[in-house]
Design a protein around this ligand. Structure first.
Ligand code: UDP
Length: 439
């Protein structure tokens, strides 16, 4: 296998950076050179926290907002068109000048994360092949594919290839016209149209064969290649794009002092902020439990029965023996990170793809239980408590035991998939060999 030089271009949020960085590390472990490109603002955070590797280089590009990309005053459409406008120019410059200055080691392949489809045009204009890294499960790719191939709003309650039977409440919120995230839809449409231009477009997916076996084969027009979970199971080395500015110091010592499986870890990811009434309701529901809660909008503080931190190294926390349950918004990274270490979930979806992920968690893989919201979208204390008590309850409850047993089963399968002879390891190598063959 010849050594490649991959350019990995990543949308500048944790949910894209973490799996992309892990992919970068796997490619370097196979002996390939990787240049990791994201915005200047995001790179500044990253290089502070990333373990150096001789084959991994960081090359920031400008999106026109070099101090803070996710400025709240920019609407989604502005954000996306700025990325495309400034990003196309600076990335074109980055690739051309690198290739001119280092003719012995030019970029041979470009991988871009979801929502950065314009990168494929930049790569094509410079005669460099490219592929998408899809950072949600294959089920979501199948769902978007059907959505833009004529099914639109009729998807709920229909059996479609690669999808479980979904109801309205299982649909991704970004497909709903009333969601602020629906502004992402035109960009998603452009991505699907781009994939449609080739027969069997290859898409790398942060999933693994056993997890979505039928789904990855369900769409004739796509070659989905599961290479996940894109996390380093049990081997955290601080390279996951953390945010050291906000990280509290002593939560690991605190976890060390707790009994096995006695702590509920609560996190709604790196972007979502709960409405204060909902946060208060969760706090009340946690009253009978010991908890560690990441609240990105609050200062770290100790509570009688728990701890609030502004940020933590989630991979280390999930892998800690004291953690017995993960109450999660079901962002895809959090979901697959929890699954990969066998921690059962209380699924508390908020937006984007999270409701669909929660459906998979509860009904397909059966590794957790999902809170039910009332007609106003609010989740009451009793309902949260019901779910927490079920997962944290003692052995002997059939449903709880089934969930805990499945969590262990999927942990083993996830670990196997990225092992030396695992399916994801094989799929990644085959993907690279295919590039060699098409040279
Ligand atoms: N994360 C972390 N520490 C925190 C909160 C989140 O390391 O305190 C990481 C988490 O491990 C995951 C990513 O941030 O890799 C969040 O991605 P996800 O898809 O779960 O949710 P999003 O933030 O995109 O909503």
């Amino acid at each position: 296998m010849k050594a490649h030089h991959f350019l990995l271009v990543c949308f500048p949020v944790h949910g894209h950076i973490n799996p992309s960085l892990e992919l970068a590390h796997r490619l370097t472990n196979l002996g390939h050179h990787v240049t990791f490109a994201t915005t200047i603002a995001a790179t500044r955070r990253l290089t502070n926290t990333t373990t150096p590797h001789p084959l991994l280089t960081f090359a920031p590009f400008s999106d026109g907002f070099d101090h803070e990309t996710l400025n709240p005053n920019r609407t989604f459409p502005q954000l996306f068109s700025d990325f495309k406008h400034h990003g196309s120019q600076s990335l074109t410059k980055l690739i051309t000048s690198h290739n001119e200055q280092t003719p012995s080691n030019p970029f041979t392949f470009v991988i871009y994360s979801l929502l950065f489809h314009w990168v494929a045009d930049v790569a094509a204009a410079l005669n460099t092949p490219s592929a998408l890294l899809f950072v949600q499960p294959a089920t979501l790719l199948a769902l978007y594919y059907h959505y833009f191939h004529g099914y639109g709003d009729t998807i709920p309650n229909q059996k479609l290839p690669g999808l479980p039977l979904l109801t309205e409440k299982d649909m991704p919120s970004l497909l709903s016209p009333t969601s602020p995230h629906s502004a992402i839809l035109p960009f998603l449409k452009q991505q699907i149209e781009l994939l449609d231009q080739k027969s069997q477009s290859k898409v790398l997916i942060n999933s693994f064969d056993a997890l979505e076996e039928q789904t990855v084969k369900a769409i004739d027009g796509l070659k989905m290649i599961p290479i996940g979970p894109l996390i380093s199971i049990g081997k955290s080395n601080g390279k996951n794009g953390s945010n050291p500015l906000f990280e509290s110091e002593n939560y690991m010592e605190w976890l060390n002092s707790k009994a096995k499986s006695s702590v509920v870890y609560v996190s709604f990811g790196s972007v979502s902020v709960l409405q204060s009434k909902q946060a208060e309701e969760i706090m009340k529901a946690l009253s009978g439990h010991t908890f560690l809660w990441v609240k990105i909008d609050e200062e770290a503080q100790d509570k009688e029965n728990g701890k609030i931190v502004r940020w933590c190294r989630q991979d280390e926390v999930l892998n800690h023996p004291s953690v017995g349950c993960f109450m999660s918004h079901c962002g895809w990274n959090s979901t697959i990170e929890g699954m990969a270490v066998g921690v059962p979930l209380v699924a508390f979806p908020l937006q984007i793809d999270q409701a669909t992920n929660a459906k998979l968690v509860e009904d397909v893989w059966k590794i957790g239980v999902r809170v039910a919201a009332n007609s106003e979208g609010f989740v009451e204390r009793e309902e949260i408590k019901r779910c927490l008590d079920l997962i944290m309850g003692s052995e002997g409850n059939e449903r709880r035991d089934e969930i805990v047993g499945n969590a262990k089963k999927w942990k083993d399968l996830a670990t196997k998939a990225i092992g030396q002879h695992g399916s994801s390891t094989f799929n990644l190598k085959a993907f690279v060999e295919d590039i060699d063959n098409s040279d």
